[in-house]
Design a protein around this ligand. Sequence first.
Ligand SMILES: [Zn+2]
Length: 255
Amino acid sequence: MWLLIITSLIVIWVASLCKMFHISSSSSTKPDFLSRGGVSDRRNVLLVVAHPDDESMFFSPTISYLIARGHNLHILCLSVGNADGLGNIRKEELYKACEVLKVPHQQVKVLDHQELQDGFGKAWSHSLVSEIIEEEILTNGINAIITFDNYGVSGHCNHRDVHHAVRKLLHDTSRRDIEAWELVSTSILRKYSGPVDIWISTLSSSQSSGGSAYCILNEQPRRSFRAMSKHSSQWVCSSLIKSGRERWKLTGSAI
Ligand SMILES: [Zn+2]
């Protein structure tokens, strides 16, 4: 009985890995993520995160994907992550990780705002964050934003506030020229199911209408690991487990 269960699990695991490789190598009729189909369609993309390490832990597959396709990526980190008094160290770690991820230093901005300090229970003003993001949009000619969804992957309140601030920005300014994408949070069971989750992720993204959801596979897993290793001050158990794929949903025009 146990032998049968273990064999079945191995078969499912191997089939899931094969599925991932098949997706990587197959061509789809769907336009690429953040592409409208044109070869020269390079975008000015702003990734908005709350803390140093968010970019490596949650977004590195997407960063690699965008950099490989020539998009111009900017990263805005809204705090130095000073909850444990390590803000200065974490800020430097972010720059080193971005170097690994091939995001130019001058396109990475880390804030240390009095009202946007790292911590559970520290609510961030959606209006303030929204204003800061809008300034970045205007300064850098941003036409696409990527950030957390309303659960914020880990449920951290700072991640969730960033999401709500982006929504507020899009709602208040009616900026229809800006696309906004959110990283879809998954249940803990799916998060730690490894490649097996590929079946659910691809099914749900393929059923989306008009290219409003994508499943992005990690094309540079070693690079992701190296980027995360730069955040040595955060190397605790929760930081070691990384997702191999990311699922995106369009939020911009759906608000
Ligand atoms: Zn975070």
